[in-house]
Design a protein around this ligand. Structure first.
Ligand code: GRF
Length: 203
């Protein structure tokens, strides 16, 4: 499976995916990393590892026009699965149509709680005792498509946004490669919003 990874920043989830591939825990190949910002730290990770990368600046661009450029680049690299990894833009309906059920995202909360920006801060300020992270399929709405994998993370009394985010991030790095491998193994069946995960070696 050829992955196209879309980033806007640090790129630690992208790195976790690359590490899982290197350790043969994930049977996939990163065909291209695309950043909408030239300053994204994740680009250095791609450079260091010799992974093909492309900056397509989004500033000032219309959503449809921008998405068209990204789709074009993904097609050139024959991408099968698009993985959003800290990509800070909503995708248009035409992007989703170009890759039906083939766009994934990771979000740092137990969706549908705390969608949108600053999910860890939202959780802390709301006062929940358990939060976590979610890998889901992407539709044209914010943090909304079918949920594939979640991991719960406790909130402790002296947490700050930073300590809580760091604890959640460790789990993000575990579940994102895992969810992609479920796709690779074709173990995910959608029933409406529900993603039914077939047991390993069920046959
Ligand atoms: C992560 O917390 C992810 O859940 C959210 O954005 C952050 C990206 O971090 N969507 P990184 O760029 O993968 O380090």
């Amino acid at each position: 499976m050829r992955l196209g990874i879309l980033i806007s920043g640090r790129g630690s989830n992208f790195e976790a995916i690359a590490n899982a591939i290197a350790r043969r825990k994930l049977e996939a190949e990163i065909a291209i990393v695309i950043s909408n910002r030239a300053t994204a730290g994740g680009l250095d990770i791609a450079r260091m590892r010799g992974i093909p990368l492309r900056v397509i600046e989004s500033r000032g661009m219309e959503r449809e026009a921008y998405d068209k450029l990204v789709i074009q680049e993904l097609r050139i690299h024959e991408v099968d699965l698009v993985c959003l990894a800290g990509f800070m833009r909503l995708l248009s309906a035409s992007f989703i149509e170009a890759f039906p059920n083939r766009v994934m995202n990771i979000h740092p909360s137990l969706l549908p709680a705390f969608p949108g920006l600053d999910a860890q801060r939202q959780a802390l300020e709301f006062g929940v005792k358990i939060t976590g992270c979610t890998v889901h399929l992407v539709d044209e709405f914010l943090d909304s498509g079918p949920i594939l994998v979640q991991s719960a993370v406790p909130v402790v009394d002296d947490d700050t946004v930073e300590t809580l985010s760091a604890r959640i991030l460790l789990q993000e790095h575990v579940i994102y490669p895992k969810a992609i491998q479920l796709m690779v193994e074709r173990r995910i069946k959608l029933q409406g919003r529900r993603a039914i995960i077939r047991e390993e070696d069920a046959e």
